[in-house]
Design a protein around this ligand. Structure first.
Ligand code: ATP
Ligand code: MG
Length: 503
């Protein structure tokens, strides 16, 4: 059972005081079946993945695989693959698995919902098992062999669950560290030893700076949603980890995202060995082509009624909708409004207590709530069954954020729908990027939006994706289809929440 204490106290002046939560999250289920509940089967368009062009650059990339069995020989992992219902690898998996297994650093980019998590977890776990490192059997230590960093707590929780599927019943121990939760609980969990450690940057960096974990045995550093982690807010924490005196330089570094702006790639290269492989499935920064995107011109005062109209228009009563807003205040306000108007609504944002955030997501995942109002905290990585509609009640300022938000639907080949409210007072800045993204995914662009779209765009689709000079390495363009290429506890409050709840 999750526990959650002393979040609200009455202060000396009689007012309620918001205390840092000493939240102890629920443990993962021990029954394997429970881990596979609510997972997403492949959708109608899954086979279309085969036709997405793949570009791998960097010297001597290994040949892609066509079937999992060509790369994964570990019985336990093959079982996980079967149980997960994966009949064949997705394009990112076809290329990333052999790349990672052959020891290369990798920057991998592929559209939202196309299996990037398994693309790194399967080879990393297999390598750890094959290496048969003493660390797997000796005295429990707090020296992980693999650290996976994710920008939000809920994404870290999701990855932890996926990693657990791959390691349950083996000698590999996995742990999670994230803000908003009890530090002493996390330390106690770590005391049993850790081999794969998943976490958010603030909490991980804090544990490292207090010597509660050490990077000295690190073999793999994985940055999921790497471009976000390399962003201004998180980069000092990532540097603390990647460049910590205990962190071996001979580790393998793996980065994944659906978006990698050029400027981010430049900074990312600092953490990778110079001969890293750059893998792009489709266009970098493109929206998932299985999502039908519509942009509506809606004045601020009309947003609420338009939203009500859209929600009442949902054909399938079982389908779920995520509504993205820009501020925590709007999230609360809208969630209240929708709850009052008979929509089973919950909300997630950085001002909610961690226990509430997790409960909201659980309710939404289980279908107890049909509508989730969220800030950008929920824009990246979350893989939730049955999300058929994403609504940008407020558009984000950044096009990458748009691409990730839209990507909460249309997963593994399912068709999805995204509707965005465009307000001329606030959204002009994103217009030209939005037009590019819409065109790139063959969506209709309204004339009024074309007119708004003046100015420079962050991406120029169709140009070379890898920022490095191709003459530096043998360029290998795999083209499409991929297969054809054959080829002592501190106070709880003081710890690790920096940036993690700032959404
Ligand atoms: N080979 C496969 N066959 C079928 N389903 C798969 C396969 N690989 C992964 N999946 C499923 O696809 C879904 C999306 O995977 P995942 O969350 O890893 O996507 P992602 O590429 O990381 O997306 P995002 O960019 O949003 O983080 C998951 O439900 C996962 O179980
Ligand atoms: Mg992901």
């Amino acid at each position: 059972m999750a526990r959650d204490c002393t979040e609200i106290e009455i202060g000396e002046d009689g007012q309620e005081v918001k205390r840092p939560p000493i939240y102890i999250p629920e443990a993962l289920p021990t029954a394997q079946e429970a881990l596979y509940e609510n997972s997403i089967n492949t959708g109608l368009n899954f086979d279309r993945y085969e036709h997405i062009p793949v570009n791998m650059s960097g010297a001597n990339p290994p040949k892609p695989i066509t079937a999992f069995s060509e790369a994964i020989e570990n019985e336990h992992l093959l079982n996980v693959i079967t149980r997960s219902g994966y009949t064949k690898p997705t394009p990112i998996q076809k290329h990333a698995l052999p790349a990672i297994l052959s020891g290369r650093d990798l920057m991998g980019c592929a559209q939202t919902g196309s299996g990037k998590t398994a693309a790194y977890l399967l080879p990393v776990v297999q390598k750890l098992m094959n290496d048969n490192d003493d660390a797997l059997y000796g005295e429990p230590s707090q020296k992980p062999l693999c650290v996976v960093v994710a920008p939000t707590r809920e994404l870290a929780i999701q990855i932890h669950r996926e990693a657990y599927k791959c390691t349950i019943g083996t000698s590999i121990k996995i742990n999670i560290l994230y803000g908003g939760t009890s530090v002493s609980h996390q330390r106690a969990q770590l005391s049993a030893g850790t081999h794969i450690l998943i976490g958010t940057p603030g909490r991980l960096a804090d544990f490292l700076s207090r010597d509660w974990i050490s990077m000295e045995r690190l073999k793999f550093l994985v940055l999921d949603e790497a471009d976000r982690l390399i962003d201004d807010g998180f980069i000092p924490k990532i540097r603390e980890m990647a460049s910590h005196s205990s962190t071996p330089t001979e580790r393998q570094t793996l980065m994944f995202s659906a978006t990698f702006k050029d400027e981010v790639q430049i900074v990312a290269a600092e953490f990778l060995r110079p001969d890293y492989l750059f893998l792009a499935v489709g266009m970098i920064g493109a929206a998932n082509s299985d999502v039908a995107q519509v942009v509506l011109l809606v004045e601020k005062k009309d947003k609420k009624s338009k939203l009500t109209e859209l929600l009442s228009d949902t054909e399938n009563p079982d389908s779920r909708t995520i509504i993205f807003v820009e501020t925590k205040k709007t999230a609360d306000y809208l969630a209240n409004f929708l709850s009052l108007t008979n929509n089973m609504t919950t909300s997630i944002h950085g001002d909610r207590f961690q226990a509430q955030r997790e409960e909201a997501l659980r309710d939404f995942r289980m279908g107890r709530m049909r509508v989730l109002v969220a800030t950008s905290v929920a824009s990246r990585g979350l893989d939730i069954k049955g999300v058929s509609h994403v609504i940008n009640y407020d558009l984000p300022n950044d096009i990458d954020d748009y691409v990730h938000r839209v990507g909460r639907t249309g997963r593994v080949g399912h068709p999805g729908r995204a509707t965005s409210f465009f307000n001329t007072e606030t959204d002009r800045g994103i217009a030209s990027d939005l037009v590019k993204v819409l065109k790139e995914s063959q969506q209709e662009v309204p004339k009024w939006l074309e007119d708004e779209a003046l100015g420079k765009s962050a991406y120029s689709f169709g140009e070379t994706d890898d920022i490095r000079d191709p003459s530096e390495f043998n360029h290998d363009d795999f083209g499409a289809p991929a297969e054809d290429s054959n080829s002592a506890p501190a106070p709880e409050a003081a710890l690790g929440d920096d940036g993690e709840d700032d959404w």
